[in-house]
Design a protein around this ligand. Structure first.
Ligand code: PCA
Length: 325
């Protein structure tokens, strides 16, 4: 080596030693539109992490299924194609019945009840996710679920043969039990599905109907308060293990803020979006007594089926929840 190259390589080595740890960037796929409260809370969470880690870790959110469509997000994070992501957890109930604990019909119908249920069920869901290489970070509920239709519906008989957009096996089963024809479609695609007649109804919150402007195609929203499904934010376990203890703590603290803000935003968005559906021209009304009692009977069947599939853990969650009331 010449004297010059020796000097050069020595100074490169010294510079490398003095340089701060290289900042990392994590992409965060999300399924719902950028203006939805889950996506806004996710963006705030990402900014919080970047700040709290002093720029060591930058999280970049990708809403609307733009990086991975909703139904691919969990797998992408499990396999490390993305380090962090958000997913509607009950959409994966077919993989593990526990992921559908938030969609047991009429078990809870208010935010407060649902938080109680989640205090009991959340840690079990986190354990199940951990077995799938995912570290549970935080979770935010959707507003209560109601039924959307193009035409007026006063009883289950009126639902027969209607094409129904589902988002999970439980919602597809609800369609079957009411004589409807389920087709699973991500929220990002529903405007198109309604516009082209692929579906004429769905179960969802006022929030999703509002975000997707469904009044352009559908006319009725029946308030049913059937359940409150949740979005869960998780990190790939290997990515998580690679973080320093300080950065893990920073992330957990941003996650706690996101959980609290998300819950409040979900509550605030409930009435706001029901009003928005009305302003769009929809009839927004409680379901008729007949429809409610028929849906409750179908809900009891769905509950039995879920309890059977979820085994002892499922039963323990439901029993503990009921005992706490
Ligand atoms: N919106 C989501 C899930 C539940 C909800 O209210 C959706 O319809 O995909």
């Amino acid at each position: 080596m010449t004297k010059l190259t020796t000097m050069l390589s020595a100074s490169v080595a010294a510079a490398a030693l003095a340089a701060p740890a290289l900042a990392e960037t994590w992409d965060m796929p999300m399924a719902y539109s950028g203006t939805n409260f889950h996506s806004e809370v996710g963006a705030e969470f990402a900014a919080c992490v970047t700040e709290a880690t002093g720029g060591d870790l930058e999280i970049v959110t990708h809403p609307s299924g733009s990086l991975f469509p909703g139904n691919e997000i969990k797998r992408a994070v499990q396999t490390g194609q993305a380090s962090i992501g958000e997913r509607l957890i009950s959409a994966h109930q077919n993989e593990n019945p526990l992921y559908g604990v938030d969609s047991v019909p009429f078990l809870v119908s208010s935010f407060d009840e649902h938080e109680k249920l989640w205090e009991i069920a959340g840690p079990k869901v986190a354990e199940a996710l951990n077995e799938e290489n995912l570290h549970y970070l935080y979770s935010v509920p959707w507003p209560p679920q109601g039924l959307y239709f193009r035409d007026e519906v006063n009883s289950v008989a009126d639902m027969k043969g209607v094409k129904f957009r589902s988002y999970s096996t439980a919602t597809a089963r609800l369609a079957e039990l009411t004589g409807m024809l389920p087709v699973q479609i991500e929220a990002a695609e529903i405007s198109q599905a309604f516009a082209t007649g692929v579906a004429d109804s769905m179960v969802s919150s006022g929030a999703t109907g509002y975000d997707r402007k469904v009044w352009e195609h559908l006319n009725y929203f029946y308030i049913v308060d059937a359940w409150l499904p949740r979005n869960v934010v998780f990190v790939n376990n290997d990515a998580w293990d690679g973080l320093s203890d300080e950065n893990k703590a920073a992330m957990e603290s941003c996650a706690a803020t996101a959980k609290a803000n998300g819950l409040q935003r979900s509550k605030d968005y409930t009435q706001f979006t029901l009003d928005g559906l009305k302003e769009g021209g929809m009839t927004v009304t409680p379901a008729s007594d007949t429809l409610v009692s028929e849906l409750k009977a179908i809900g009891a069947t769905l509950t039995d089926e879920w309890l059977e599939s979820a085994g002892d853990v499922g039963k323990e969650i439901v029993d503990t929840y009921k005992a706490s009331n």
